[in-house]
Design a protein around this ligand. Structure first.
Ligand SMILES: Nc1ncnc2c1ncn2[C@@H]1O[C@H](COP(=O)(O)OP(=O)(O)O)[C@@H](O)[C@H]1O
Ligand SMILES: [Mg+2]
Length: 249
């Protein structure tokens, strides 16, 4: 198989009459860890949501492992079962235990029997240090534990691509650390990831590539260190400076 996992080509998307993504092109190689940064409202979440077609693009192409996702409405389920998604807010089902939350996508999208799905779910939870919490309900867990649970759920299906949308930003600062630690763990496993985050330390240490998006276009992208330490564009430089000063919002 080729090294290219995902190609996004001239993607345009928006809401009602407002264009948000104004022609975004991006390639992700297998095993690559891409961090996406950019101001609030610049279209980062819209971009991530377009990849599994949670939002239908207006124009452009998304190609995952050679399949043109945007041309395959009938294969959506199969395509989505290859992509793990972690949203900003915790999204575990409140009426199910952590174990059931993680096992469910294995049963639904992979058709695995309940017993085997739960065994697999438990092994993923254990790997992320959550094994002891498997029988708890989401509301019995801290925000950080819930978000790690959501990461476990996304990983359980063994996705070819893991998308994470600001997984730490809804958490109190003292709870972010444990989620960032989990991100480091996953990054080490060599899984292909695309993550919107402003955890700049994580980006510096773990990302292969950084993409800076502003007002619906990619302003700059490149080697993570290069972009973070020596951005070429003034807009990137200004944004990073504000980010480091903690004044993003
Ligand atoms: N469901 C929606 N309906 C209408 N407008 C939306 C919706 N979601 C996002 N937007 C708008 O699209 C723009 C980009 O949003 P988003 O992709 O969430 O940006 P980011 O994730 O970079 O903060 C913003 O102006 C936002 O208000
Ligand atoms: Mg967002």
């Amino acid at each position: 198989m080729s090294d290219v996992l995902l190609t996004v080509r001239d993607l345009r998307a928006g809401y009602n009459d407002t264009e948000v993504l104004k022609g975004v092109s991006l390639t992700a190689n297998r095993g690559e860890k891409i961090v996406i940064v950019g101001p609030s409202g610049s279209g980062k979440s819209t971009l991530l949501k377009c990849i599994p077609l949670l939002i239908k693009p207006w124009a452009g192409e998304i190609i995952l492992e050679g399949t043109i996702v945007t041309h395959e409405p009938d294969n959506l389920r199969k395509i989505r079962s290859k992509i793990g998604f972690v949203f900003q807010q915790y999204t575990l089902f409140p009426h199910m235990t952590l174990l059931r939350n993680v096992a469910l996508p294995l049963e639904i999208s992979k058709g695995i029997q309940r017993r085997e799905a739960e065994q697999k779910a438990l092994s993923v939870l254990t790997r992320l240090g959550l094994g002891g919490l498997a029988s708890k309900y989401p509301l019995e867990l801290s925000g950080g534990q819930q978000q790690r649970g959501a990461i476990a759920r996304a990983l359980a299906i063994d996705p070819v691509l893991l998308l994470l949308d600001e997984p730490t930003s809804a958490l109190d600062p003292e709870l972010r650390y444990e989620v960032v630690e989990t991100l480091y763990e996953i990054a080490k496993e060599g899984r292909s990831m695309m993550i919107v985050t402003h955890e700049i330390d994580f980006a510096e240490a773990a990302a292969d590539r950084v993409v800076f998006i502003d007002d619906g276009i990619i302003v700059e992208e490149g080697d993570a260190r290069q972009v973070l330490e020596h951005p070429k564009k003034d807009r990137t430089e200004r944004f990073l400076r504000r980010l480091r000063a903690g004044m993003r919002k």
